[in-house]
Ligand binder design. Structure first.
Ligand code: GDP
Length: 338
């Protein structure tokens, strides 16, 4: 993830090191000391934190030309990482504000200061993206009804199974609603997950009314005092007006407490378009980004929440039930600057 941006950062590092005075050599490793990679990561974090603190009123003035060249490199890196243009502008503005006219202690190299400003700027874009799903479910009156939307193949059904597993581990009970009655095999796929996870599924015949299935699932949850209803839905192309009407109908009938858009991080700007279309039709409350494990670019994560102004609840990082992590800006920043 963020491979292109990492390359740009490392090129910058190269440039800055040429200009910087030589640093003293690192002391030899002590026996029993932490692994070099972990040590290096910890050292880097400390350095960055120190550089953030060092940007201020005294020391060497940051040159405007340095900043312009840097912003250009950064823009290319962000574009290559599939970050959406408005987000790139926000990040650049954040970096410019963080650096222009500032002074920095001579003991820090330009690249350290740049990374610190960039980390701050990206951090503030990502910060708005966090959402505490577990807390939402814990606090909410039961049953909590959650509807999942997104186009086919993004990993919606898998994400539902993972969240059911997560909720069950939290001591909550779930009902899966097989409301993708359109795609052959979708009901069976969810059924397999329900059996594996030992949870209840409510399903009708293929081709049936998806809203009726969801209604029955909620009804069942109320009658059996189940905690959370997870509603799977169909996902043929988002431009299909019928699909959006179907989503609106399900929403009208079961009044979900949460609508989660599931987007494939590999789809880049297409994922953003899809999110906007679903948001317009049914209103999205939060996002799950899938296939992060195979995403070399990372831009979708930076852009999607920003584009629709909604937070990212989870990142899906593989095909196993445990491969889902709560989205935290720190997690992503650490990956970018590792
Ligand atoms: P749906 O059509 O949106 O319900 O998508 P599925 O849940 O059926 O997933 C489509 C494919 O993507 C399946 O082969 C999943 O195993 C795979 N998949 C889902 N999430 C992830 C993920 O986070 N990482 C990877 N590598 N594959 C995933």
């Amino acid at each position: 993830m963020f491979e292109s941006l990492k390359k740009k950062l490392s090129a910058l590092r190269g440039k800055a090191t040429e200009a910087a005075p030589e640093q003293p050599a690192a002391p030899p490793a002590q026996p029993g000391a932490p692994a070099p990679a972990a040590q290096e990561a910890a050292r880097k974090q400390e350095e960055t934190a120190a550089a953030v603190a060092a940007i201020g009123e005294s020391g060497r003035k940051i040159n405007e030309d340095d900043v312009d060249e840097l912003l250009w490199d950064l823009e290319i890196g962000l574009l290559e990482s599939d970050v959406a243009l408005p987000v790139i502008e926000q990040i650049k503005e954040g970096v410019r504000e963080g650096l222009l006219g500032k002074r920095v202690d001579r003991k820090f190299t330009l690249d350290q200061v740049v990374e610190a400003a960039l980390r701050n700027a990206i951090g503030s874009v990502l910060k708005k993206s966090e959402f505490d799903f577990d807390e939402f479910v814990r606090q909410h009156e039961k049953p909590v009804v959650i509807m999942f939307v997104g186009i086919n193949g993004t990993g919606k059904t898998t994400a539902i199974a993972k969240l059911s597993n997560r909720l069950q581990k939290m001591g909550l009970t779930t009902v899966l609603s097989a409301s993708d009655t359109f795609r052959a095999g979708a009901i069976e796929q969810l059924n397999v997950h329900a059996e594996r996870l030992g949870t209840r599924i409510v399903k009708h015949q293929s081709g049936g009314d998806p809203a009726a299935v969801a209604y029955d699932a909620v009804d069942h949850a109320k009658a059996k005092r189940r905690d959370v209803v997870l509603v799977d839905t169909a996902g043929r192309m988002q431009t299909n007006a019928n699909l959006m009407d179907e989503m609106k109908k399900i929403k009208r009938v079961v009044k979900p407490h949460l609508v989660i858009f599931v987007g494939d991080s590999l789809a880049g700007n297409d994922a953003i378009e899809q999110a906007i279309a679903f948001d317009k039709a049914v209103g999205i409350d939060a996002v799950i980004l899938t296939k992060i494990d195979t995403d070399a670019k990372g831009g979708a994560a930076l852009s999607i929440a920003n584009a629709i102004g909604k937070p990212i609840a989870f990142l899906s990082t593989g095909q196993g039930y445990e491969d889902i992590i709560k989205f935290e800006s720190k997690w992503m920043l650490d990956r970018l600057f590792s």
